[in-house]
Design a protein around this ligand. Sequence first.
Ligand SMILES: [Zn+2]
Length: 271
Amino acid sequence: MPELPEVETIRRSLAPLLIDDVVRAVPLLEPHAVAEPGPDAIVALLPGRRVIAVNRRAKFLVLALDRLNLVVHLRMSGRLKLVQTVEDSRYLRAQWNLESGHVLCFYDVRRFGRIWLADDARLAELFAPLGPEPFDPALTADSLQRRLEQRTAPLKSLLLNQHFLAGLGNIYVDEVLHVCNLHPRRQANSLEIGETSGLLDAIRSILRNAIANGGTTFDAVYSDAAGKPGRHREHLAVYGRTGEPCLACGTPIQRIVVAQRGTHICPRCQH
Ligand SMILES: [Zn+2]
């Protein structure tokens, strides 16, 4: 499932090609892919609108158009691709034709991805429950510590919770907790300020590296808007490395279940 680095990579690959282009038509939009306001409204409201910016909030991609925002969440298996010629595919769920001749295609094998069209007020409402962005300068070790102190959840489930912190998913939470030697079952309010500071540094450095590597591609599910896979997989320290030696101490990486999610740890380094 695409997490912050993958959505950010898609954003960066789309922005220079989409900005200033104009939507000409929406020839395909499967109704089940639309969260709101309904497929007919999207088909009617989009043509003629110019792309002003391509933004990201949490794992949502936001195309800012004249007075409206087209929002896409890729969920498990969604992909966005900008092409000249549309390839026939039964997984093509939506298609936006642009004045330049480019076509923005939304593919989704598992059909969990969703599309919204929202004005700025509705967009603010949609995003209001989300936690802070990891790179928000207002998020400091002190402010994170105060929020952790109020929570008894295990770190793994809290860091996956988009209302607590936006953008992380299963891969990067495992990587972050390993790099700062924290066990995923550690209760959030048991962290000392030094550990919280290390946690925030790890979140930022891992996300920064993953973005620099164009994200992580597993099972060819994710690629950027030009179809290029991410290169971060070879840099993963625990995720998907069950039984292989910990890069820090050599102990075999274990797969356990925390918060109903497969979780990868070094049983020696993390406590
Ligand atoms: Zn280790």
